[in-house]
Design a binder for this molecule. Structure first.
Ligand code: AGP
Length: 608
């Protein structure tokens, strides 16, 4: 989704801005633009498509600038055109603004400004901000910004420069993430820390209604009413190599192969010395609440929602606490019943998904304790929630979520064990269950070593336009996730279904042209799923099975079988999803798709 970078310092602003915004390409965008101040001129350029198009336009320009802003846009209001791309400027072309978020009262503000003589050049909601600031400007840019923001309804992360005060870079936030990076004699603004890691790890996370005024040697933070706010400087733990491809052809493939390590990292430091008891530092202050939990609601979107479903099976299976899993986008507009003893768990890789963030706020408003399972430290969901666990999976750049998913399952398993400890359900807490968890990273490595087998299956089926993914029990959410992975990066139509439910409709689709992926490991429902495979076979469907090592019976029944090591039912999804991630990846590559930046998708969906 949209990305912002801003810079003020001694370096050439163009180079810093373009390098930075390229690191945010993974978030998805359809146009880009830059504005810099050079001498007594404001230079701004915009283009549709990739950042390299913008680079071509400014090749011989902006070489002496040391202050500027840049943006990648993912269209919400107005088509992806040059006119609609950011930065937007005011009538005098002296104020340039880049904006992430949505201005909800933009129509009203636009007509008011037009009545006052302002001329608009785009169809966007964002352009009103530049004109509104212009309408309040009388010599001091930050005062004009403050006045403008008081009139705006909606969400924004903003970076602003003005030709009248060329020594100031302004950042403002409300509902859309914005971070200030602190260097020596230089400051950065970014919507995603990956953009500035090359230059600094010292950052300040702006909160809602905060404004930062940055000069080369100072940062002043205030609220919207100009009340000074002192901010803590945090140190980011990620290195720049974590946001590079490290020899892999795509970020997605790199992230799939990182999973043995990311799973270990998810467990790191989370066991007491005896190796059976889980300790979760981020939940320390909420131990009493967790002891009294009577009901759990999990809110999330997409892949994180699939992880939530696995969490539901785990918690009900092992703890016998009732769990509901809700799409965050539905939860926020229903009338969710939150009684005493309800825990809401929000799951989000990015921590910035607008619907999940809104669900968190709704749950809090209704009195629930909110626990976040997040990957990005300092993200809005992590900060808004009452307590939480980080995944420690490192930045996930590929739009299709892979390593975050398996770390989310691991986190949910650790949380289940932690709650068992809090509730005194000692029977679950055995060395055996923990050793099974500890075995998983090595087992994932073994699965990854057989990647060629999956690539071969991909070669055979890459031209099919429809796929069914079926699973039962813990493997039903895995079927949903396998289908989602395939459709989002290869554009093949794929449906995930609970295997037994297929008889109630989707079986009508099955014929010789319908490959069906069964996740059929030896678990509680194994014999049941064999019957479902039989139902497909008799209708001529081609079956690809993900099965447990040593299961020779199944190989007789299906067209292709891929074996994974055995573990306990609750941990099987971590292993069974790996071949499905690889299958989607290889099919997409073979079909010539842009795996890391699939069409129409954004890494972090910060609009509803
Ligand atoms: C997964 O591959 C997706 N692209 C998408 O479904 C994602 O999981 C969803 O948008 C939620 O994102 P989050 O985990 O960052 O909140």
């Amino acid at each position: 989704m949209c990305g912002i970078v801003g810079y003020i310092g001694e370096k050439e602003a163009k180079a810093v801005l373009i390098e930075g915004i390229k690191r945010l390409e993974y978030r998805g965008y359809d146009s880009a633009g830059i504005a810099v101040i050079e001498g007594d001129q404001m230079i701004y350029e915009r283009s549709v498509g990739r950042i390299c198009e913008l680079e071509k336009r400014i090749e011989s320009k902006c070489n002496g600038s040391t202050i500027g802003i840049v943006h990648t846009r993912w269209a919400t209001h107005g088509a992806p055109t040059v006119e609609n791309a950011h930065p937007h400027v005011d009538c005098s072309k002296k104020i340039a603004v880049v904006h992430n978020g949505i201005i909800e009262n933009s129509n009203y503000l636009k007509s008011k400004l037009q009545e006052g003589g302002h001329k608009f050049r785009s169809e966007t909601d964002s352009e009103v901000i530049a004109h509104l600031i212009e309408s309040y400007f009388s010599g001091n840019i930050e005062n004009a910004v403050r006045c403008a923001l008081k009139e705006i309804e909606g969400a924004y992360g903003l970076a602003i420069i003005s030709l009248d005060e060329p020594e100031k870079l302004i950042a403002a936030r409300h509902g859309s993430p914005l971070i200030v990076g602190i260097g020596k004699g230089e400051y950065f603004i970014t919507s995603d820390v990956a953009a500035i890691l090359e230059y600094t790890k010292n950052v300040v996370y702006l909160e809602d209604n905060e404004i930062a005024v940055l000069t080369r040697d100072d940062m002043v933070t205030t609220d919207i009413n100009n009340v000074p706010i002192s901010k803590r400087i945090d140190e980011v733990q990620w290195n720049v190599d974590k946001v590079e491809k490290g020899g892999y052809k795509h970020f997605m493939l790199k992230e799939i192969h990182e999973q043995p390590q990311t799973l270990r990292d998810a467990m790191l430091g989370r066991f007491e010395k005896d190796n059976t008891l889980v300790r979760l530092g981020g939940l320390k202050e909420k131990e009493k609440n967790l002891h009294d939990i009577k009901r759990i609601i999990i809110v999330a979107c997409g892949t994180s929602w699939h992880a939530g479903l696995i969490g539901e099976y785990m918690i009900e299976d092992l703890l016998a606490i009732p769990v509901e899993v809700e799409y965050a986008s539905e939860f926020r507009y229903r009338n969710p019943i939150i009684e005493e003893g309800t825990l809401v768990i929000s799951i989000s890789q990015s921590g910035e998904t607008a619907d999940t963030l809104a669900a968190v706020n709704e749950a809090k408003k209704r009195g629930a304790t909110v626990l976040a399972i997040c990957n990005v430290v300092g993200s809005s969901i992590a900060r808004e929630s009452d307590c939480g666990m980080f995944l420690h999976a490192g930045p996930e750049i590929g739009v299709a979520s892979t390593k975050a998913f398996t770390s989310q399952i691991t986190a949910l398993f650790l949380l289940t064990l932690f709650m068992a400890r809090m509730k005194g359900q000692k029977e679950i807490l055995s060395k055996d269950i923990v050793s099974k968890l500890r075995e998983v990273p090595g087992q994932v490595k073994k699965v990854l070593e057989k990647e060629d087998q999956i690539a071969e299956i991909a070669r055979r089926y890459k031209d099919n336009e429809n796929f069914l993914y079926l699973g039962r029990g813990y493997n039903y959410p895995v079927a949903l996730e396998g289908a989602l992975k395939l459709k989002e990066i290869s554009y093949i139509h794929a449906e995930g279904y609970p295997a037994a439910e297929m008889k109630h409709g989707p079986i009508a689709l099955v014929d010789k042209d319908m490959p069906v992926v069964f996740i059929a490991t030896r678990d509680k429902v194994y014999t049941k799923i064999l019957s479902n495979i039989e139902e497909i076979r008799t209708r001529g469907g081609k079956v690809i099975a993900i099965a447990s090592e040593g299961d020779n019976e199944i190989s007789e029944m299906v067209n292709h079988v891929f074996y994974i090591p055995e573990t306990i039912d609750a941990l099987t999804p971590i292993l069974s999803v790996i071949p499905l991630q690889l299958l989607a990846y290889h099919m997409a590559v073979m079909r010539g798709c842009d795996v890391d930046k699939p069409r129409n998708l954004a890494k972090s969906v910060t609009v509803e």
